[in-house]
Write a protein that binds this ligand. Structure first.
Ligand SMILES: NC(=O)c1ccc[n+]([C@@H]2O[C@H](COP(=O)([O-])OP(=O)(O)OC[C@H]3O[C@@H](n4cnc5c(N)ncnc54)[C@H](O)[C@@H]3O)[C@@H](O)[C@H]2O)c1
Length: 388
């Protein structure tokens, strides 16, 4: 099958820029897709960050230190942008105004104001496809839970819990980086870093919290500054958000947590939904296992644990008994984005699309209310004014 090539520019050649390059190189892993990304141009303000691309990505023809040069390149159809949060507003709006499709990294703006500026640029350029990176819902267990929600399997929802936990910051000797500074990471701290991952599925399901009570904590106060001294860690390490979801048909509590310091966790993303007729749980801690508990009145309450097959949104060459991992979820997310660029949302090969700008806007409304809640020690109403 001849594949439609989507020529990409990458802005930000750090950790995530390389993950995309690796996924793009592995598109042959996907079965029966008629498209593939090709990275033709890269940009990083730090010249040396692009060396890895020059060494490993033969399709790269140009490397720029100014992203405006990349945007002026007519061969670039779509852009992946993975830069610190303080740069999202300016660079994302410039990408959109240049008419390039964009997969941007979360949180899609350092704060609500920046997120709204990006949304305004999207409204002015409706022909451009703009989506946010969020890969965990592509794990097979998460895909199955999304199907169960769409089928209305849970009955009346009793409660929902979702979180993203890691422990990389438990080590106080880990040097400071931009993610611990308010100017580059934002006042949201761990919520901006990790929160869209947690909210992507709840937003997709329409579970918009009416109000939130937030508990935010800083655990490690300062870190080595790399010059023999110490620098203050200015951002929140952990956040627990107790939310109330009120819908026409039902009302339930939803507890969301984002933790940079959760001892023993590497990159644990999870969702648990308990309902009167069905409950389910998936965690990347046990990426092969999916737990479910069907219930009929008077019946037994027994959890069923199955090894989920390697079956995400897009088919692959991998046998069903093999394990699915982080880089597989990134590959699936990239397939969904390219599918939408090539075919449009209504004609995608499968129906699960990447996180929408509106879903990032929902996350900003919740994080903004959470900051207010922590400051005042009270439950704060989430402002959904103007958001569908
Ligand atoms: N989806 C995920 O799982 C995931 C994981 C980690 C980070 N992220 C997100 O990805 C984004 C980047 O994070 P990262 O961990 O890759 O950071 P990083 O620090 O590893 O890389 C960022 C790169 O941006 C470059 N940069 C800075 N200013 C620039 C400019 N003006 N023009 C071009 N390049 C510039 C830096 O030199 C650096 O190479 C953030 O939004 C972060 O929240 C997402």
């Amino acid at each position: 099958m001849g594949k439609r090539v989507v020529p990409f520019g990458v802005i930000g050649c750090g950790l995530m820029g390389k993950e995309f390059a690796s996924a793009a190189a592995r598109f042959c892993h996907l079965a029966n897709v008629d498209f593939e990304p090709r990275i033709v141009v890269v940009c990083d303000a730090n010249e040396s960050a692009m060396q890895w691309f020059k060494d490993n990505v033969p399709s790269v023809t140009h490397a720029y230190t100014d992203y405006r040069d990349l945007l002026a390149d007519p061969t670039v159809e779509a852009v992946y942008c993975a830069v610190p949060h303080n740069l999202h507003e300016q660079i994302y709006t410039d990408i959109i105004q240049a008419g390039k499709h964009l997969l941007g990294e979360k949180p899609f703006g350092i704060d609500r104001k920046a997120n709204e500026a990006i949304a305004a640029a999207i409204r002015e350029n409706p022909q451009v496809i703009v989506r946010s990176s969020s890969e965990f819902p592509f794990f097979p267990g998460a895909q199955q839970i999304a199907k169960w929600v769409n089928e209305g399997r849970f009955g009346r929802i009793i409660e929902v819990e979702a979180g993203f936990w890691h422990s990389s910051d438990l080590d106080p000797t880990k040097p400071i980086n931009w993610k611990r500074r308010r100017a580059t990471n934002g006042e949201y701290g761990c919520m901006g870093d990790l929160g869209l991952h947690v909210l992507h599925l709840p937003m997709r399901f329409g579970w918009k919290p009416t109000n939130v009570r937030a508990l935010l904590s800083k655990v490690v106060e300062e870190r080595p500054d790399g010059r023999g001294g110490a620098a203050p860690c200015e951002t929140w390490d952990n956040a627990i958000l107790a939310c109330e979801v009120k819908r026409a048909d039902q009302q339930f509590p939803m507890v969301l947590s984002t933790k940079r310091i959760a001892p023993g966790h590497a990159n644990t993303w999870f969702i648990r939904i308990q309902g009167t007729e069905f409950s389910a749980e998936f965690t990347t801690k046990n990426p092969k296992q999916l737990a479910s508990l069907p219930y009929v009145p008077g019946g037994q309450q027994a959890w069923h644990i199955v090894d989920v097959p390697y079956k995400s949104a897009y088919g692959t060459i991998t046998g069903a008994i093999f394990e699915f991992g982080f880089s597989d979820s990134i590959l699936q997310m990239w397939a969904a984005f390219c599918d939408e660029v090539v075919h449009g949302r209504d004609r995608m090969t499968q129906p699960f699309y990447c996180a929408l700008p509106e879903e990032t806007a929902g996350s900003h409304r919740i994080f903004t209310a959470a900051l207010d809640s922590h400051r005042t020690g009270s439950t704060v109403t989430v402002d959904w004014e103007g958001l569908k």
